[in-house]
Design a protein around this ligand. Structure first.
Ligand code: DAK
Length: 260
């Protein structure tokens, strides 16, 4: 797929989406958001892709934020529209049926931190830096930062980061639970791919049901969440993968799950 600001590649069952504006540290202008949107649409209908990795081109930045030069002249209505475009694209990533891993390879600031947060989980290189610098620019986080950061790292820590616009390194991000792993920069993609391959080796319908159940459950009360979980659990028994997975266990062999 030919897109100006995004690369979409496939390695077996793993999709790799790279935001590709390294000269602007992969900052998100409208064209880049629209390219990400198109790439996600393509991934959503590609049956070969079981897991998507999102990263930034170059070795300096994941995404250094929404494009400040693009936003500078916007009026209130245009700012709102730009904010809603980003929110919609990030929500689409969050709701993609397959798991999405952010491989954070440098600056993940503002919209970049928010892009990483709409992925299912994050792995980071040692040089990664995270933060929501918006209040230093006279704006609020607009791509879900005020909503996802407190859900991920807790209200107090999120409020401190957002109010101070502090930028934290990878080790602090690991400590507060913003990222799951920190690895050397030259090992980051291999590390993310290793996790992706492990996920891709499991029963894919079950993995997707798990994502759906967790995402739904995080937005609702425990009783509704439990009912949703039970429904999806029941649905698993209508799949070949459940029969194969349990038969393989009984027969003491490795399961051969269905390809989607
Ligand atoms: N936008 C545009 N260009 C950017 C950029 C950005 N966010 N970040 C970096 N660049 C550009 C620089 O302008 C520079 O371009 P040239 O001068 O070479 O043409 C090039 O990338 C290299 O950057 P530097 O020369 O600055 O590189 P350094 O290593 O010295 O510094 C840095 C790296 C990441 C510390 C620095 O570039 C920086 O502070 N960048 C800005 C980081 C930032 O504040 N990010 C948050 C942006 S605000 C909303 C919708 C969305 C948002 C909010 C509201 N609604 C409307 C609801 C989201 C807001 C944000 O994300």
């Amino acid at each position: 797929m030919e897109l100006e600001n995004v690369l979409l590649e496939k390695e077996g069952n793993i999709g790799i989406l790279s935001v590709n504006r390294p000269k602007a540290l992969n900052a998100l202008n409208e064209a880049t958001l629209l390219d990400i949107d198109k790439a996600i649409d393509a991934v959503a209908v590609d049956d070969e892709i079981d897991v998507l990795i999102v990263t930034g081109a170059g070795n300096k930045a994941f995404v250094a934020g929404a494009d400040i030069t693009f936003m500078q002249p916007l009026n209130a209505l245009e700012g709102r529209a730009f904010g809603m475009l980003g929110q919609d694209v990030f929500r689409k990533i969050e709701e993609l049926e397959i798991p999405v891993i952010a491989a954070v390879n440098g600056f993940a600031l503002g919209g970049g931190c928010e892009l990483a947060m709409c992925c299912d989980f994050r792995v980071a290189s040692e040089n990664a830096k995270f933060g929501q610098p918006e209040v230093g620019l006279g704006i609020t986080p607009g791509y879900g930062g005020t909503q996802r950061l407190p859900r991920l790292i807790g209200e107090g820590m999120a409020k401190e980061l957002i109010y101070t616009a502090d930028i934290i390194g990878a080790d602090e991000a690991l400590r507060v639970g913003l990222v799951n792993h920190v690895v050397a920069a030259d090992e980051l993609m291999d590390y993310a791919k290793k996790i992706a391959k492990k996920i891709a080796s499991k029963a894919q319908l079950a993995v997707r049901f798990c994502k759906k159940a967790i995402n739904e459950g995080m937005q609702t009360d425990i009783d509704r969440g439990m009912t949703f979980e039970a429904d999806l659990f029941g649905l698993c028994f209508a799949t070949e993968d459940q029969k194969e997975g349990m038969t393989a266990f009984v027969e003491k062999r490795k399961p051969g799950f269905q390809k989607k």
